[in-house]
Design a protein around this ligand. Structure first.
Ligand SMILES: Cc1cc2nc3c(=O)[nH]c(=O)nc-3n(C[C@H](O)[C@H](O)[C@H](O)COP(=O)(O)OP(=O)(O)OC[C@H]3O[C@@H](n4cnc5c(N)ncnc54)[C@H](O)[C@@H]3O)c2cc1C
Length: 264
């Protein structure tokens, strides 16, 4: 590791002021991605702004058909929340599938979503449930938040404070995990709302996206066979040592069918 300054603000304003005053700062949440990245010299921030003591970034609340989860809430808290399991069982299940106990006890919702790792699980829920990203400055629709590989709509210094997930009639998340890391080779969230069906996909492309062809088919007829004729083009999909683009496209359809089967 190299030398850097560690700051421990207690308010959102203080965190943002420190960020604005530093050369090359980075917020530090669970550190599950940032610290290994620094160790490998893939990032070398001059200042780490630790969010662990910042007021108002934790907690799970329920209001107006939404589950609001603070950005610093760790994956294990979501996975073990009886209230989340009751309101959106698929979200608690998704959190329980992330990595291992150590990762779930350190990693946070805000860190995962801000990072926009193409294989992370939460982005499928953000897109699939039509969540809203609440930041220090504004509210961002989940549909427009993830922009590319490790790129989001966040401006420099903008801090995610919470994420609001609409409560669906029902939803299911299915993923094909990498056997070592448990990251999603592909993952699909299918959610039914009174307004229609939403399908969020992670792992397959550079960032999470809505599978509108699958949504259209399911809005016509909500059963797994309705997806038989849907083509999932693999253009632009990730291709690496874990899976080819073609295989990921195949997985998206298989996982979507399994999710719909479970919902039926
Ligand atoms: C071995 C291993 C296995 C894993 N397996 C999985 C898996 O199966 N599925 C999965 O989804 N994930 C997996 N992860 C990732 C993990 O779940 C964390 O969610 C992820 O590392 C980022 O969260 P964090 O809280 O650790 O963020 P950090 O590492 O602290 O930060 C990540 C990035 O987000 C920024 N950031 C953090 N919080 C905020 C905020 N509130 N506002 C704005 N920017 C912010 C930081 O500046 C940094 O750039 C795995 C990680 C490891 C190490």
């Amino acid at each position: 590791m190299y030398r850097f300054k560690h700051h421990r603000p207690t308010t959102i304003d203080e965190a943002q002021s420190i960020f604005a005053a530093c050369d090359d700062p980075s917020y530090l949440s669970g550190g599950m991605t940032l610290i290994p990245t620094m160790k490998q010299r893939l990032a070398s921030p001059t200042d780490l702004i630790d969010l662990s003591q910042v007021e108002g970034l934790t907690g799970i609340t329920f209001h107006s058909g939404l589950v609001r989860i603070g950005a610093f809430t760790r994956h294990a808290v979501v996975a073990n929340s009886a209230e989340v399991a009751k309101a959106i069982p698929a979200l608690a299940y998704l959190a329980a599938q992330i990595g291992d106990n150590q990762v779930r006890n350190r990693g946070t919702l805000g860190g995962s979503v801000a990072n926009s790792d193409p294989a992370a699980d939460y982005p499928a829920a953000v897109v699939g449930l039509g969540a809203t990203i609440v930041t220090s400055q504004r509210q961002i629709a989940g549909d427009t938040f993830f922009q590319d590989l490790f790129e989001t709509a966040l401006e420099p210094g903008e801090l995610i404070t919470a994420i609001e997930f609409p409560i669906p009639e029902k939803a299911v998340y299915r993923k094909f995990p990498n056997p070592a890391s448990r990251y999603a080779v592909a993952g699909v969230m299918v959610a039914r709302f009174p307004r229609g069906v939403r399908v969020g996909v992670t792992g397959a492309g550079p960032c999470a996206f809505r599978a509108t062809a699958l949504e259209n088919a399911l809005n016509q007829s909500f059963n797994p066979d309705a997806l038989n004729a849907v083509e999932i083009p693999d253009a632009g999909f990730n291709s690496d040592l874990h899976a080819s683009a073609e295989y990921r496209a195949h997985l998206v359809k298989v996982l979507a069918k399994r999710a719909v089967q479970a919902l039926c």
